[in-house]
Design a binder for this molecule. Sequence first.
Ligand SMILES: Cc1cc2nc3c(=O)[nH]c(=O)nc-3n(C[C@H](O)[C@H](O)[C@H](O)COP(=O)(O)OP(=O)(O)OC[C@H]3O[C@@H](n4cnc5c(N)ncnc54)[C@H](O)[C@@H]3O)c2cc1C
Length: 293
Amino acid sequence: MKTELLIIGAGAAGMAAALSAWEAGCRDILLVDRRDRPGGILPQCLHKGFGLACFGTELTGPSYAEQLAQRLKITNVRLALGTEVLAIDADKTALLSDRYGLTELHFDRLILASGCREKSIGALPVAGTRPAGIFTAGQAQEMMNLRGQDPGNEILILGSGDLGLIMARQLVLAGKHVIAVVEKEAHYGGLARNFRRCIEPYRIPLLVRTTVTEIHGHGRISGVTLRRLDSGEEEQISCDTLITALGLIPERELVRKLGDPDWLFLAGNCRRVHDLVDSAVAEAERIGKEATR
Ligand SMILES: Cc1cc2nc3c(=O)[nH]c(=O)nc-3n(C[C@H](O)[C@H](O)[C@H](O)COP(=O)(O)OP(=O)(O)OC[C@H]3O[C@@H](n4cnc5c(N)ncnc54)[C@H](O)[C@@H]3O)c2cc1C
C-alpha cells in the first residue's frame, strides 16, 4: 500500500492538517486514527468554550469535531478509523494495525498529529499502594461523558490545570462532593476564564502550596495525606476518589528515534500542548500546507 501524505491522528489537528493539505492540492491523503470516531479528545469535552476564533461562536467539543468532520466529507481524504500506527521506519514505511491485521504502508510525507498523554500519579513521589479509585482527569471525563460510568462520590482533585478545573465543575454539577482542588504552586495552573467559570461560582476550595504525600486504602482508596508545603504540616483526609490533573506530555513516541527528516511534520498537541483548540487548528493548517509544498 502507498500514499502520498499519511496523517496519524484524526483529532482537531489531524483533520485540520488534512483539510489544508487537500486545499493546497494534495490529492492522495490517508488520515488514520486508532479510535472508532474522529475528533480525538473533543467528543469527551461536553462543555462549551471551543471555537471562538475559528467559528466565531462557543461550541462544545463534539460540535467542533463535527464541523471539521463535515468539511472532510466533501473531500476525497481517506479516513481509516480503528487503525493504529504501531511503528514508523526511516525508509518511510508505517506499520498499521486494524481488525483485519497488519499492513505495511509506504508514504512520501508524514504528519504526526497524535495529541498528548496525561501524567499519571506514577509521576509523583507519593507513598502508599495504588488502590482502585485513582483516575487521571481525562480518564474520569471519558468515563462520565462517553461511557456513562460513575467515578466516585467524595472526590479530591490533585492539580489545578484546565483539566482539573473543568472536571471539578463537572463533578459538582453531577452531584458529587469535590472536597478540594489541591495545587503545589501558589496559584492555580489553568486559564483565568476556567477558574472564574468552574471554581468560583461553585465555591470549590482551592488549596495552594499543598500536595498529596500518601494514599490510603486497600481495594478502593479511602483517603490521602495532604502536606502544606510552606509549614510542613500534614493532615489525613477521607475520600473515595482521587483525580489527578498533573499536566500533559506531547505524544511523540512513534518518531522518537527518527531525528528530524524533511518528510516528517508535527501538528497539534504532539508538537506542543495547546490550551485552545483554535490554536491547534491554526497551527495544523499551516503544517498541512507546508507538508504539501
Ligand atoms: C479536558 C480538555 C478540555 C479542553 N477544553 C478546551 C476548551 O474549553 N476550549 C478550547 O479551545 N480547547 C480546549 N481544550 C484543548 C483542545 O481540545 C486540544 O488542544 C485539541 O483538541 C488537541 O487536538 P489534537 O488533534 O492535537 O489532539 P487529540 O485530540 O488528542 O487527537 C490525537 C488523536 O491521535 C490519535 N492517535 C494517537 N496515536 C495514534 C497512533 N499511534 N495511531 C493512530 N492514532 C493515534 C488519538 O487516538 C487521537 O484521536 C481542552 C482539552 C482537554 C483535554
